[in-house]
Design a protein around this ligand. Sequence first.
Ligand code: TTP
Ligand code: MG
Ligand code: MG
Length: 384
Amino acid sequence: MECRSVGVLGKEQAHYSNTPLLQLCLLCQISPVKVEKQPRSIIHLDMDCFYAAVEIRDRPSLRGKPVAVGGARDRRGVLTTCNYEARKFGVRSAMPTFMALQRCPNLIVLPTRFDVYRREAAAIRGILYRFTSLIEPLSLDEAYLDVTAHAGAPGPLAQVIRGTIFRETKLTSSAGIGPNKLIAKIASEMNKPNGQFEVKAEEVLGFMKDLPVRQIWGIGEKSERKLEELGVKTCGDLQRFSRPELVDLFGKFGLDLYDLCRGIDDRPVEPDRPRKSLSTEETFAVDLTTLEQCEEKLEELFQDLMADLAQKESTRDITKIFVKLKFNDFTRTTAERAGLAPTLPDFRALLDEAFRRTGKPVRLIGAGVRFAETTQESTQMDLW
Ligand code: TTP
Ligand code: MG
Ligand code: MG
């Protein structure tokens, strides 16, 4: 067994354990770990301004104009997304509609049609399955594909997949291609919209060097601030920390971070992972201060959740529903109940309960359901 740094540093700089399984690596100060397996070929595919693109495709007169999809201004609505023309004005997903209209007075705001987006997403998923069955959907408009076993290079394959999607749906997508999920996901943002970006295994270190730490999964606002105080902005900066130092700072996640900031990510594409729960959440640009405001948002989240549920887990038994609130001081609370059907009135009851616990301004609402164990999971439990 060798220290994992072998894959990163190259043989001449790497450190070895002469008595595998016993000796600590001198540099890392922890037990030897497996060297990263043969790099995979992963494609992360994400549709471009998905809801807006569907609307514009269906109404060609809107092409070239700034278009958003979401709630109306007079009902204190929020945008789900907008096209790239609107983004030039600073309009963004999750932005209150009134604010978006201040930035872009000509913005055309259309109501959401979840059933249409779900149908499109299913058609796109069908196209992806023609190329591999190793697909892990992340949301309605994006998925990881493991194409390691595919004959031919992954870059041209991504071109073919995107071309097929466009031919059959008239919607554009972007792709990131890399040796693991971390890299593929980050890379898919690099040439958006209607583009792709490939990072080859030997290019990973160079790619990570100047990448902002925020791009790593698991690094949120709080960790970003913590790192900034230590003078760390990029993954290259973070690479200067040892494993023990990162564990001191971040607990167990520090070990992941040591690898992630070097572009190492062993997570496989998991096509059939039985989910324990499904939820949807939204962080607001402006904190919500009244229960009434929260209820309005909850209704939107509820609709999203139902759409997601129908798309991803339409056959599972639901055992619990929950509502999560995060407040402006970053504390959080969850109201949860067993035996409730996922209906809007029941979610509203949980929201009321959670809101009344503190009365603090709300920066995030989440709504979700927990599932009964699948047969597969209970069989595994029996084996242990
Ligand atoms: P994204 O893939 O995050 O965004 P997008 O497809 O609109 O734009 P991009 O070109 O940058 O990928 O989300 C997919 C869809 O999910 C989006 O079209 C609308 C919906 N959505 C929300 O409803 N609320 C949100 O806050 C976000 C980010 C997305
Ligand atoms: Mg998208
Ligand atoms: Mg997406």
